[in-house]
Design a protein around this ligand. Structure first.
Ligand SMILES: C[S@@+](CC[C@H](N)C(=O)[O-])C[C@H]1O[C@@H](n2cnc3c(N)ncnc32)[C@H](O)[C@@H]1O
Length: 269
């Protein structure tokens, strides 16, 4: 079992037996997780037992309790949907630094819609669209983005978006799958067994989806608009070449604290 992406911050208040069961299963933050599970169970012992059993069996904490924390927001995450990672908050920071007054935002490969929700909260009134190829993700994102007036589309990358967005997008956030196919087996079991391969697999070098996004992005970006994607440090130089090759002004930013690498590509005005 691995550390959850949402580091629990709730004080312990669960039965000692629950803490012991979680600790025995390898949970690093057993007390905090026990408290979250107890709260999710709402005081019903049978429900608590069922939630603990799922967690002990290796299901991600976020799937068990039904939400993940992202930039201070509680994002609903359904089983089978990619759990937003805290390091991806850096991508949102970069987007807001590059386009602090953006009016048109797209969250492509949106998963739960965590990026779209965080951007929408920071940019009140902005037009928000999100898209994903996985129907479970689309349904989850629709619930998370509905309160912001976000529209969520289903389909393959840009083919899912309304044509009226062409040439108008000021922030194009695309946290695409970027794990090289051969490295999927090295991921923690929680990811391998509970997140869909389409959310993880980036092809032979991990950049297959990112290249497709970079190639088509200039047709959707507004002049001065930016495309943002997460990569690994190893992939960053090739990602930068892909962005530059598509005609974007490319730059890689690194957050040492979370080990996040974000590539940005600005369409020249
Ligand atoms: C790494 S997850 C990121 C999810 C979300 N943006 C986040 O950061 O939490 C990648 C997402 O891309 C979606 N995806 C993969 N290939 C896609 C494609 N060709 N078109 C649209 N979405 C795709 C997956 O279904 C998954 O939800």
């Amino acid at each position: 079992m691995t550390t959850p992406r949402t580091r629990p911050t709730v004080p312990p208040e669960a039965p000692a037996a629950v803490v012991a069961a979680l600790r025995a299963a390898g949970c690093v933050f057993a007390e905090e997780e026990a408290a979250l599970l107890a709260r999710a169970a709402g005081g019903a012992p049978e429900r608590l037992a069922a939630l603990v059993a799922r967690r002990v069996a290796g299901e991600p904490l976020e799937h068990v309790v039904g939400w993940a924390e992202f930039r201070g927001l509680r994002i609903r995450v359904a089983p089978g949907v990619f759990v937003p990672r805290r390091r991806t908050e850096f991508l949102v920071e970069r987007a807001l630094a590059l386009a602090p007054r953006a009016r048109t935002v797209v969250d492509l490969c949106c998963g739960s819609g965590a990026l779209g929700a965080a951007l929408a909260r920071a940019l009140p009134g902005a037009e928000l669209h999100a898209a994903d190829i996985d129907p479970a993700a689309v349904e989850c994102a629709a619930r998370n983005l509905g309160p912001y007036g976000g529209r969520v589309h289903h389909g393959d990358l840009f083919a899912a978006l309304p044509a009226a967005l062409r040439g108008r997008v000021e922030i194009l956030a695309a946290n695409v799958p970027y794990v090289p196919t051969a490295d999927i087996r090295l991921l923690p079991a929680e990811a391998r067994e509970h997140e869909p391969p389409t959310a993880l697999d980036g092809g032979p070098d991990g950049l297959a989806v990112l290249r497709r996004v970079a190639e088509d992005a200039p047709g959707w970006l507004a002049p001065g608009g930016c495309l943002l994607a997460e990569t690994s440090g190893r992939q960053a130089p090739a990602a930068e070449r892909a962005f530059a090759g598509a005609g974007l002004v490319a730059e890689v930013a690194v957050c040492e604290e979370s080990d996040a690498h974000v590539i940005t590509g600005v369409l020249r005005p």
